[in-house]
Design a protein around this ligand. Structure first.
Ligand code: PCA
Length: 220
C-alpha cells in the first residue's frame, strides 16, 4: 500500500509563548512529521498561542487530513512528567495575554456547549505503555484554562459533533532542559524522551479501543 493510502493521525503542537524561545510541543511535532506509526501516517501542525486562531485552524486541519485520531500537545512548564489530559473544560481564564494580546477572563470556549468533555483516547492504556517504556508519565484531571485547554475542548467538541469518526486527546509536556536552566529548580525532560513518549502514546491509542480498567484517580 502506498503511504498516501494510509489513515492519518494528526499531531499538533504550539508556537513558543510566555517569553520562551522554544516550545517543546513544536519540537516534538517537527520530530514526528511524516512518520508512519502503527500503519498510520503522521500529519502535523504547529498552532499559534492565540485564542482566535484555535477553532478555525483545528476545523481546517480536520477537514484537510480527516484523521482517525488527533493528539494535541502543549507545554506545561513546571510539570515533571508527560501529562495525559483527561478533561477539557468549557472555560477560558487566561493567566497571561495570548500572542494577539488578548486575555479573556471566565469565558466559554464554545457558548451553549457542554461544561466539559473527556478525552476519547485510552488514557490509562497510554499511561501504562509509557511507564513500561520507562518514560515518566501521569494522568491529569485539568488541562488548565489557557490556549491548550481551549484547543483540547475545541477538538473534543468537533469529534463529538461534526467528526464523529475521529478520536482526540491532549498531552501536556514539561520544559526542555535548555528552558529549565532559566527556571532554576524546575523539572525538564529531554526532547528524545518526550518524542518517544508521544510516539508510543499514539501507537497505543490507534491499537486500543477499550481502555484499561485500573485505578487512576488522584487527589488533585
Ligand atoms: N501551553 C499553553 C498554551 C500553549 C502551550 O504550549 C497551555 O498550556 O495552555
Amino acid at each position: 500500500m502506498n503511504d498516501q493510502a494510509l489513515p492519518n493521525v494528526l499531531v499538533t503542537g504550539f508556537e513558543p509563548f510566555g517569553g520562551e524561545r522554544v516550545n517543546p510541543s513544536a519540537e516534538i511535532v517537527r520530530a514526528l512529521d511524516g512518520e508512519i506509526l502503527n500503519g498510520h501516517r503522521v500529519a502535523t501542525a504547529i498552532l499559534p498561542v492565540a485564542f482566535a486562531s484555535t477553532l478555525p485552524m483545528l476545523e481546517a486541519l480536520l477537514e484537510t487530513h480527516r484523521p482517525v485520531l488527533v493528539l494535541a500537545t502543549g507545554q506545561a512548564g513546571g510539570r515533571s512528567e508527560l501529562s495525559i489530559e483527561r478533561v477539557a473544560a468549557n472555560l477560558i481564564d487566561a493567566r497571561i495575554p495570548d500572542a494577539d494580546g488578548v486575555q479573556p477572563i471566565d469565558e466559554p470556549v464554545i457558548a451553549d456547549a457542554p461544561a466539559a468533555y473527556f478525552s476519547t483516547l485510552p488514557v490509562k492504556a497510554m499511561l501504562a505503555r509509557l511507564r513500561v517504556l520507562g518514560i515518566p508519565a501521569a494522568l491529569s484531571q485539568s488541562a488548565g484554562a489557557y490556549v491548550c485547554n481551549q484547543a483540547f475542548y475545541a477538538l473534543a467538541h468537533l469529534v463529538a459533533t461534526r467528526h464523529r469518526g475521529t478520536r482526540a486527546g491532549f498531552v501536556h509536556v514539561p520544559w526542555l532542559p535548555e528552558q529549565a536552566v532559566r527556571h532554576h529548580g524546575q523539572p525538564s525532560m529531554a526532547l528524545g524522551t518526550m518524542a518517544a513518549g508521544v510516539r508510543a502514546a499514539i501507537e497505543c491509542a490507534v491499537a486500543t479501543r477499550r481502555d484499561l480498567r485500573v485505578a487512576g484517580g488522584s487527589t488533585h
